[in-house]
Design a protein around this ligand. Structure first.
Ligand code: 5GP
Ligand code: ZN
Length: 152
């Protein structure tokens, strides 16, 4: 088996040297399912070019991830009949970042889903408990989303 020598897991995924359930790809960005989703269809959108986080993101990568996020958002809404969507980006440990390659979380939302806490006075966003679907389950969900991608 080919040895993966990338230090950054998301660079490895972008180079197709590590597996991922891919939802959408463009020249500058890649969207794939989070391995520990907070909701079915929870997607991560990354620039193919490595940036640590929002503090060092270049404009071209920013445009590429926003384009991909908009395309994927519409596909998520169509695939799951979602009422809405939450997009989240964390920068540095203090901001809640765990993987240090820029990424935007996209989570389909439903009225009353309780996905994020809305306690009065609570400013931090809390994700609900995550699940750990199998690789096969993630691939099936990705295929369902891909069927709704309209790249225009
Ligand atoms: P952060 O807290 O940095 O915004 O989020 C990192 C996210 O990456 C987490 O939701 C985590 O589940 C996800 N993640 C970590 N490692 C992998 C991986 O190897 N593959 C995929 N698809 N997601 C990952
Ligand atoms: Zn990287």
């Amino acid at each position: 088996m080919e040895k993966i020598d990338f230090n950054c897991i998301f660079c490895a995924i972008a180079a197709q040297r590590a597996p991922a359930a891919i939802v959408y790809e463009s020249d500058g960005a890649l969207a794939f399912l989070d391995i520990r989703p907070v909701a079915q269809g929870h997607t991560l959108v990354i620039p193919k070019k490595h940036s640590r986080n929002l503090f060092d993101l270049d404009d071209l990568s920013g445009m590429a991830v926003m384009h991909a996020s908009r395309v994927v958002a519409r596909a998520l809404r169509a695939a799951f009949n979602a009422d809405g969507l939450t997009m989240l980006q964390s920068s540095e440990r203090a901001g809640g970042q765990e993987v240090f390659h820029y990424h935007q979380h996209l989570a389909p939302r439903f009225i009353g889903d309780g996905l994020m806490s809305s306690e009065p006075g609570e400013r931090r966003m809390h994700w609900r408990a995550r699940t750990s679907p199998s690789r096969e389950e993630l691939q099936a969900i990705a295929a369902k989303i891909r069927a709704h991608i309209k790249d225009d």
